[in-house]
Design a protein around this ligand. Sequence first.
Ligand SMILES: O=C[C@H](O)[C@H](O)COP(=O)(O)O
Ligand SMILES: C=C(OP(=O)(O)O)C(=O)O
Length: 394
Amino acid sequence: MGNIQQPGKCHSAPLFHPESLKLAMPLDEATERTVQWNRDTVRSLLSQRHSNGRLMVIIGPCSIHDPDAALDYASRLAEAAKQHHRELFIVMRVYVEKPRTTVGWKGLIHDPDHAQTVGQSSPDLNKGVLASRQVMLNVAKKGLPIATELLHPLLAQFFDDIVSIGVIGARTTESQTHREMSSDMPMPMGFKNGTDGGLKVAIDAMTAASRSHTIVGVDNEGRLGYHLSRGNPDTFMILRGGSQGPNFGSEHIQNAEMELLRAGKTPSIVVDCSHGNSMKDYRNQPNVAACLADQIVAGAPITGVMIESNINQGRQDVPNNGDNQCLKYGVSITDGCVGWHETELILNRLAVAVRERQAGPAMVESILTMVTANNIENEKHQVKVHTSDITVSV
Ligand SMILES: O=C[C@H](O)[C@H](O)COP(=O)(O)O
Ligand SMILES: C=C(OP(=O)(O)O)C(=O)O
């Protein structure tokens, strides 16, 4: 850990400085280039340029609690990403901070040993920050782009060089501080709709994040300071359902597209198969994904999907006795997730849908080429080309 001193465990302790930690645990040059490339790919998919109809899939555990299991998951996902690279741009959820409705385990950064959950000794944030950055470095080295929820603006500084997509959750989309932070981030940022299902907070957040703001933070010497953010033009909306019900149906997606256009935004929409859209039951996620696949075939403006997935399905509580050895391997300790087998089925289904979407224009193009080659444009008869989502008269 270079020259970083590990502060002792107590209820009040100094935390590593983000810049020192980045120096001690740097990105190698190849990974740094890959991160830039991944961010550019996300920007391109969001602006619907050069995307070749690829679908962004933000997928992975609800939260990371076991770094070994997270890497096992990442290895599987990296294989799947290779297999489906023509259709899907797969981004791994590496969520190390969890927003809670009231209280609960707040993620690997805050409590890597799940100490607080079981009322034991105080959690060790320095250990959590180290473990979280290490997981992210290892996942990034596999070539996988990383998505994470940025919850605490100061903690975001530990990962802002490595994350390809930042997400602001439903509980914080309306927060001015989170909008300011988003305006300062070097990666595209997604905003969830509010917990009540309202889209306006997410659209307002996109507008706010696109502007320059005064940012109060800590400088490289650890002093309180401020600077002006540049404003972030790369933002998108995530439909996650809410207390009024799910919002993944075609009418919801059309409505979101209309609202975004009305606000002068590019309609970049990612749909979360979990949370309010699964009614917090992971077993509903495959059905939500199947509905989205059908809409993709039909040409719906869906830029991406989000899925909560893990090695094994379901969820578990942290054992009361604090014995982490009792935890089942690869099972979420926050929201329930689909298991790996189901994950593969969902990815296959989405890839097939995207192939159909991609085949549409390509098929038309090849027929047009054929028509031109045979020099029959002026012939009277009409050829009707039907694809899943378009009808073209030549
Ligand atoms: O994604 C995880 C949860 O939905 C989120 O952290 C809120 O969880 P809670 O309502 O159990 O606190
Ligand atoms: C907490 C999450 O989502 P939301 O903000 O939609 O509840 C999440 O995606 O982990």
